[in-house]
Design a protein around this ligand. Structure first.
Ligand SMILES: [Zn+2]
Length: 240
């Protein structure tokens, strides 16, 4: 099952070849010396409920997260759900098999920096290193999602400019399950069941024990499917 094609909210037409600094080369199996992230220009499109169809956009941050990621992949598979994963560069480097598995299961992987810093506290050079090192590794894995989520959702004008200069689209969220705080399965289920088409839902497969997240998905996804909803990759993270 796949969601119908969705029109992206916005696009960027930026070509940005970048030399990857030497310490990052070790991150990739292949010798990647340059990186080019491009997206074709397109007119802005009006947003309306029709753009989303019946699709809810599930997103999972901070992985790969060991067996948590395995269990989330299973429950997504059981519900014919596609999702967007914002994995952390160093976690992907440490767990290439799970990184490949996420992609092999048809999910998108977006850029969530190399080491998950608060980008608003870094210099522009440091911000670029965080973005481009993760981008290089994602490219090495064959991930094509042209989107970026800042750690903690922390941005400012300079960070936004760095994201755009890298040819990436900033993907935030509008439904926060607060699963990172382990509020209990029921609390996460309630947030999920409140989602409607077009919503971008924040969850986590990394950063600690995510059994509450898994159990909540097992309960909520079939109920959302009964309402006629499906689960897809966010428009901003869908390759052009
Ligand atoms: Zn994060």
């Amino acid at each position: 099952m796949t969601a119908p094609p969705l029109r992206p909210k916005e696009t960027y037409a930026i070509i940005c070849p970048v030399k990857i600094s030497h310490f990052l080369i070790a991150a990739t199996a292949a010798a990647i010396t340059s990186l080019s992230l491009t997206a074709p220009a397109a007119a802005q499109t009006a947003e309306s409920a029709d753009d989303w169809g019946d699709t809810i956009f599930l997103t999972f941050d901070d992985g790969p997260g060991g067996s948590n990621t395995d269990r989330i992949l299973e429950v997504l598979d059981d519900n014919d759900a596609q999702a967007t994963f914002f994995a952390i560069g160093e976690n992907m480097q440490n767990d290439p098999l799970r990184t490949r598995q996420v992609l092999a299961n048809g999910h998108a992987m977006g850029n969530h920096t190399w080491s998950h810093p608060d980008l608003t506290e870094l210099t522009r050079l440091e911000v670029d290193q965080e973005i481009y090192s993760a981008a290089a590794l994602l490219t090495a894995f064959g991930a094509e999602a042209p989107c970026f989520r800042p750690p903690y959702g922390a941005t400012n004008a300079e960070v936004d400019e760095a994201i755009a200069d890298a040819g990436l689209k900033k993907q935030m969220w509008n439904v926060d399950t607060r699963d990172w705080s382990r509020p209990g399965v029921d609390a996460i289920v309630d947030e999920l069941l409140g989602a409607t088409p077009g919503d971008v839902v924040l969850m986590h497969d990394g950063g600690g024990n995510r059994s509450q997240t898994v159990e909540a998905l097992e309960i909520a996804l079939p109920k959302l499917a009964e309402k006629g909803y499906d689960f897809g990759i966010t428009p901003k993270c869908t390759p052009a």
